[in-house]
Write a protein that binds this ligand. Structure first.
Ligand code: NAP
Length: 291
């Protein structure tokens, strides 16, 4: 079993990005800039935004976090997005999800300029992804593809089972893996909460991408010998022995599944760091396009 080490891989990619940024700056360019908007006080969202800010510092980007209280109106948020859309000094804009229930998430996403939508959530960018055109690939699927590529995992003709059909993970990774190319050229099955006998699908999979958010859902008897398993799930499980009072648990019963796998991602240290570095890649790409 080989561990798909997202921490190590993302560090290597970060170094490449940092080097490119310094070269751009040495040639007279400004630094890429990412702006994040955070509405409300959700603990996990705060951590994600802080991690993104830290990653910007690591690779030499400028960054800003705009923090709004949870009762901020949709109008105020949309007005700020408009302002940032028109700011030539900003390359990437992300609005941390989830938003409070009184704000229409779809409307917010559609108001972000597609050229600054480095999360790749705007329908224009999603449409390009579907067609296999160059675009901002949303960060988590982009990170998974980069990890498979980094470890030279042969995906051609393989049967890939994706657990979850969300717009930010399940659907885009299913699409990417079914497109021509490597990683790609897979035969993809998408499973969701209405799928019957899910274990019959997973047992036939050469590659499993688990993205449902149920801790340790994927058990040993659901996986065939030699499978590649990518665990996207992150759930905070209360744990009094930890200083923070919780630990992060993936969708895979790692201890029992790992011995059967050819490759597997850990949680934490697998897909999470790859997601953040992919956002950095998109921001650098946005800056080059804006130039
Ligand atoms: P989501 O929007 O809640 O979607 C969950 C998906 O799982 C849905 O399609 C749902 O099916 C399906 N599902 C739920 N219960 C199921 C079951 N018993 N059997 C089969 N499918 C089931 O979640 P998400 O945003 O995609 O995130 C999934 C997980 O990945 C979460 O733990 C999240 O925290 C994590 N995540 C991690 C990263 C990272 O960087 N590592 C990034 C994003 C998300 P229906 O469509 O039928 O409801």
């Amino acid at each position: 079993m080989i561990l798909l080490d997202g921490k190590k891989t993302s560090e290597a990619i970060k170094k490449e990005i940092a080097l490119e940024v310094e070269q751009l700056v040495a040639n007279g360019s400004r630094r890429p800039k990412l702006v994040a908007i955070l509405v409300g006080d959700d603990g996990a969202s705060r951590t994600y935004v802080n991690n993104k800010e830290k990653a910007c510092q690591d690779v030499g980007f400028d960054s800003a976090v705009i923090r709004y209280p949870g009762d901020t109106s949709e109008e105020e948020l949309l007005a700020k997005i408009d302002e940032i859309n028109g700011d030539p000094g900003v390359d990437g804009l992300i609005v941390q999800l989830p938003l409070p229930p009184h704000i229409d998430e779809a409307k917010v996403i559609h108001n972000i300029s597609p050229s600054k939508d480095v999360d790749g959530f705007h329908s224009q960018n999603v449409g390009k992804l579907m067609l296999g055109e160059e675009t901002f690939v949303s960060a988590t699927p982009y990170g998974i593809m980069a990890l498979l590529e980094h470890y030279n995992i042969d995906t051609k003709g393989k049967h890939c089972v994706v657990l979850g059909r969300s717009n930010i993970v399940g659907r885009p990774i299913s699409n990417l893996l079914s497109l021509k190319g490597n990683p790609g050229d897979c035969t993809v099955t998408i499973c969701h909460s209405k799928t019957r006998n899910i274990e019959q699908h997973t047992r036939m999979a050469d590659i499993i991408i688990a993205a449902i958010g149920i801790p340790q859902f994927l058990k040993e008897d659901m996986v065939k010998e030699g499978a590649v398993v990518v665990d996207v799930g992150i759930t905070r499980v209360p744990d009094a022995t930890r200083a923070k009072g919780y630990r992060l648990v993936g969708d895979v019963d790692f201890e029992h599944v790992a011995p059967k796998c050819s490759y597997i991602t850990p949680v934490p240290g697998g897909v999470g760091p790859m997601t953040i570095v992919s956002l950095m890649r998109n921001t650098l790409q946005a800056m080059k396009q804006h130039k």
